[in-house]
Ligand binder design. Sequence first.
Ligand SMILES: [Zn+2]
Length: 434
Amino acid sequence: MKSMKKLFLLLIIVGLVAGGIFYFRDTAPPQLSLTPESGPISKKTKLLLSLNDGGMGIKNVQVTVIQGTNRTPLLKRDFPPQTNVVDLELDLSALKLQQAGLQIEVSATDQSIYHLGKGNTSQQLFTLNYDTRAPIISLLSKAHNFTKGGSGLVLFALNEEVESTGVVFGDYFFPAYQLESGNYACLLAYPYNVKESDFIPRIMARDLAGNERQLGIYFRAKNKKFRQRKINISDQFLAQKIPEFEDLAPDVSDPVDIFLYVNQTVRQQNRDQIAEFSRNTAAEPLWNGPFLRQPQAASLARFADYRTYYYKGKEIDKQVHLGQDLASVVQAEIVAGNSGVVVWAEYLGIYGLCVIIDHGLGLQSLYAHMSQLDVEPGDVVTRGQILGRSGATGMAGGDHLHLGILVSGVPVQPIEWWDGHWLRDNIDSKLKSN
Ligand SMILES: [Zn+2]
């Protein structure tokens, strides 16, 4: 009888312990997070609510949107047992919301029996800013004259902070930079290969909530015809260049195929890489007055010469020459066209030994085929400073300088930037008026 009593007591203790373990097994409430969890949002913003309960799983969630004294239930959801992870997209587009601050209250409970069966509840309040108004763009510059292959500048003001702003047309985007005055300057190109009918530049501004506006500008675009040029690839040229090109085309053996690989594939890779350099730019103009052409240099191939390549009388390739070739003496001193910061000073495929200088606002100058480099990336250079010496490295038959000017990675006519009148009327006067 006594042993029965003992067993009974033991069973009660075991039961209590087991029940206790079960009761206290899950005392942690679900974890919840909202993305974005603060800042400006618009009707279009995707709000992602993530719930996580490592214990017995999530039982339910309730979401309420609060603006002032208005509380609007947005969502109520129950979940089956062992739902440990839940991702929900919150859609505010059906709600009538004011352009003002907004709070999102999230309450989530787990399946635990803790708190006398009520489970563990997390409640969190997220404070956001509801904004559905796109930035207002005020155009400040006048006289937007563009020549095909050339550059231009647009100056404007915005009434709010933005995530992104610049000039757009087709697939092109030219970023604008905020000047000290608070206004925005955008250097853009009328690319040599864009049709007149496709060149319709518009200012774009997108605020932090994702609201976007585009504004057309008054402009005049002048067409320009570029030259056609024949280039004969001789065996002599190949014999001279192939040893250098073999490094660039390791899997090709025939000399003409090596040439074609470098002229096509490597050229494209180099251009893509150069376009990337434009991100590494100062948010202010670093140039000072017109660009220097090289002293005493004769003009050879021009910007946007359309070249057809022949080998033994047979057409083998077509490319466009996107710089100005200049030549004087062999190993001539090459000078910086203007003040800026060196962003590249190294071998670069078809450009051979090459220097790229950033002049701010996305404007960069490129000096190719050099034989000697006297500067390093990060060097601050002044207009006329010696960068090194000319040569024939890369895709060059003889000693000359290939000079490129780029606007946010898009090659443009250097000739405009050498012209003091053009520069004053189209670029500098707009920046000075600011
Ligand atoms: Zn060239």
